[in-house]
Design a protein around this ligand. Structure first.
Ligand SMILES: [Zn+2]
Ligand SMILES: [Zn+2]
Length: 303
C-alpha cells in the first residue's frame, strides 16, 4: 500500500537553477494529491514522469505566489487535455476569486467542475476524508493566513498469519473476512477465532506538511508523533533575525521542532535562493535531529 510523497519544488520565494518553488505530490494508495503548486509545477510533473490527469485534489497552504502561481497553468492544461472529471481544491477563500479572474479574462471555459473548498487558518479542522486517509489542517504562524496539512492513513485491516492458516488447511477465500476481524465457522464445522489467526496491523502512518511558518511552537500539538514531517527551513540559523521578521524557520529550528514532537523523520525544504549548496542546512538540522533529509526535487520519500 503506497503512502509516499514526491518533491516537485523546494525553493522559497524565487526559483533558482535546479530548484523550483514549492510543490509536492502525495500518493496514497495510487490516488494523487497535490500539495501546493508553485510556478513550474506542471513542468516538474512532466520531468519526473508523473501524470497531471491522475491528480484529483490540491491542498494550497497560503496565497504567497511561490505556493500557487502554478495552479492556473496546470488547470488550463488539464482543460486543454480534455479533462472532464471534477477537481477539488482546498485553499484560502480568495484563491477562487483569483482563478475566476484569470479564467474570465482569458475567456477560458473549463469543461470540468472545480469543487472549491475554502479553508480558514483559525483552528485545526478535519477538511478531507476518504477510505484511505484523513486530512487535518495545521495552523501555522506566517505573515498571511497559512495552514499546513496532516495526512493520516486510515487504520489498515488486520494481518493474517498465512503459515498457520495454511497449516490448518484454511482456504485463502476466508482471509478477507479474517482481516476484517471476524470469527469464522467453516463448512466442516471448525470455528476459527480471529485472535488466533491474525495480528493487529501497524499503527496508521502520518505525514505533516509545514510550510511556511515561524517556529513559535504554537502548532506542535497538531504534529506530535507524526511518522514523517516536512518542515520549511528557509534560512541557516545565523539568519534567525531575518527568519523572525519574515515569519520563517531556520534549519536548526526545524530540527528542534522534529525532536520536540517526536517525529520519525524530518524533511527540510523551502530553501532561500541565497543558498547555492544545501549541505550546510542539512548538517545544521541533523545536529539536532539526526534523521533529517533534504527535500530534493524528484526524490520520492516513503512515509
Ligand atoms: Zn513560501
Ligand atoms: Zn509564504
Amino acid at each position: 500500500m503506497k503512502f509516499e510523497v514526491t518533491i516537485l519544488g523546494s525553493s522559497s520565494a524565487t526559483p533558482v537553477f535546479n530548484r523550483n518553488p514549492t510543490a509536492q505530490l502525495l500518493n496514497c494508495k495510487d490516488k494523487f494529491y497535490l500539495i501546493d503548486c508553485g510556478e513550474g509545477t506542471q513542468q516538474q510533473l512532466i520531468r519526473f514522469g508523473l501524470k497531471a490527469s491522475k491528480i484529483d485534489v490540491a491542498f494550497i497552504s497560503h496565497l504567497h505566489g511561490d505556493h500557487y502561481f502554478g495552479l492556473v497553468g496546470l488547470l488550463s492544461t488539464m482543460n486543454l487535455n480534455g479533462r472532464i472529471k471534477p477537481f477539488q481544491i482546498f485553499a484560502p477563500a480568495a484563491l477562487m476569486e483569483i482563478l475566476e479572474i484569470q479564467f474570465r479574462y482569458s475567456e477560458t471555459n473549463l469543461r470540468f467542475e472545480i469543487d472549491f473548498c475554502p479553508i480558514t487558518a483559525d483552528e485545526p479542522r478535519i477538511i478531507f476524508q476518504n477510505q484511505d486517509m484523513t486530512v487535518e489542517t495545521i495552523i501555522l504562524n506566517h505573515r498571511i493566513p497559512c495552514t499546513g496539512f496532516k495526512f493520516t492513513e486510515k487504520k489498515r485491516l488486520r494481518k493474517v498469519l498465512v503459515e498457520k492458516l495454511e497449516k490448518d488447511n484454511v482456504a485463502p477465500e476466508y482471509y478477507q473476512l479474517l482481516k476484517k476481524g471476524m470469527d469464522l465457522t467453516l463448512p466442516d464445522g471448525r470455528v476459527l477465532m480471529n485472535e488466533e489467526y491474525t495480528i493487529d496491523s501497524d499503527e496508521p502512518k502520518s505525514y505533516c506538511y509545514c510550510s511556511d511558518t515561524m517556529a513559535d511552537g504554537s502548532y506542535l500539538d497538531s504534529i506530535r508523533n507524526c511518522t514523517m514531517l516536512y518542515h520549511e527551513a528557509t534560512f541557516m540559523d545565523d539568519m534567525i533575525e531575518r527568519a523572525n521578521v519574515t515569519h520563517h524557520t531556520t534549519a536548526l529550528q526545524a530540527g528542534r521542532v522534529a525532536k520536540d514532537v517526536g517525529a520519525g523523520k524530518l524533511l527540510i525544504g523551502h530553501f532561500s535562493s541565497r543558498y547555492k549548496t544545501l549541505l550546510p542546512l542539512l548538517e545544521e538540522a541533523q545536529g539536532v535531529f539526526a534523521n533529517t533529509e533534504l527535500a530534493l526535487e524528484g526524490i520520492t520519500f516513503t512515509v
